[in-house]
Design a protein around this ligand. Sequence first.
Ligand code: BES
Ligand code: ZN
Ligand code: ZN
Length: 510
Amino acid sequence: MVRVDVVHQPIWEIAADGALFFLPEDFAIDGSLAYIEQQFYPHLKNVLARHKFLGKSGDSFTLTAPVKNDLVQFVFIGQGQGATAAARLPHENMELLRRAIGLGIKELNRLEIKRTVIDITRFNLKNLGVDQAELIRQLTIAIRMSGYEFDTFKSEKTSSKWNGEVILAAPSFPQALVARALFEGRAIADATDITRHLADLPGNIATPEYISECAEQIAAQYNLKCTIFGRDRARELGMGGFLAVDAGSEREGKFVELLYSCSDKNAPTIALVGKGVTFDSGGLSLKPSNSMSGMKFDMSGAAAVIGSMRAIAEIAPNVNVVGITPLVENMPSGHAARQDDIIQHMNGVTTEIESTDAEGRLILADALAYAEKFHSPAVIIDIATLTGAVVVALGHFFSGIMSRHPDLQQQLITVGQRTGDWLWPLPLHDFYQAAIKSPVADISNTGDPKYGAGTVKAACFLSRFVNNTPWAHLDIAGTENGIPDAPHLGKGASGVGVRLFVDFVKNFKK
Ligand code: BES
Ligand code: ZN
Ligand code: ZN
């Protein structure tokens, strides 16, 4: 794992074998760069330009110099647009910086640097749209996420994972601010690690029981209230959707609830609900094998909720948060739900199962109804790898967001821009509700193909399970892994949702 620390010294007072510079296209030779120019490389800007380093996104170049008894590598990474370039918005500059960080970490690994410094007083806060604390949080998270790789089961660890140390040099930043920002950044980075690891674990290991045990351990460690139940209690509660998907599997499903309570008795509650299909074979509506690969990631929503709850417990915001994850395996068998089956959900709504592969909405239906009934939350946000259609619509950079509450939707989009968990809205409009009519039950779990809009139809289905609570649905089928041009996300599951949820909860105002 990459370690990140902050010190209150200028970089040349810190013992290190590397110094990493992120330079925008209009960079000036001042501060720490002027020091390097004076000490080691006269005409530094020309030297860099001669080597085609212009600060563009994707540029990188290294110079080596003897410092004291050692060799130090100065690694220059292009940060893209600079402060004088008007075209980009601050949050887009921040995303370019995250990518540059990913590239930088790869370079440190390639050059076998053990310990590197970054002069963070060089960053233009206005250009990046951050204050000092946010800069430290975002750098810490991006550095840590860049170094993630799922190599638990490799006998020989690959060389693509860097285990070094990054020292952020911030001589002028206030001590207390730095300590808190670093603490929060680390808490979020730790949470993304856990979320990504859970998501990357295959279905034969990360079973509903295994994941519920992880949640239980986190609860014990961070003083969260944890409730776990299986088939029997689900039957008592009338969770027909959960039971129908669970029925086909040899491994019993688990419904997990993690509760963080703050000290304020009158504080509102935020409910986070995550789809936890530990493997989605499609059930009797079996997926073709090429579409089935990658379906171990179908519990990424649940993993995001569980990881977020850990960071939330650490950061201890002044709001209550309940994390709810229905965990099941969607398998075909003699016990499995059939096409044409009619089931009844916890809130009484009946569903015709037209496809057993549209299973996520079946389990989320009961989880949403459960969240509203037992927690009367101020808001509900669900997160799910729900539809292949969202990948067609938005690709891999933006998760789809659907909500009937424009304020909540906008708030989440803004938090997404700040944190790098980008969201783009799709219309959860009443016109689409007609698409999920069923001739034999209240609703169908696939809906009429002539309406198209598979992602919105899934959201329409979920909407029948939330009454009046402000609610937003996030479809992360395109963002849970395999995001192109994202070196800052390392390798494997992306951990989508954790940065978003923790920031949203931390800044929540009723
Ligand atoms: N887990 C899938 C959605 C998915 C697809 C996630 C690709 C990640 C990548 C979901 O359960 C599913 O199978 N959805 C169906 C719905 C259809 C049967 C109405 C889909 O999108 O094809
Ligand atoms: Zn499915
Ligand atoms: Zn699924």
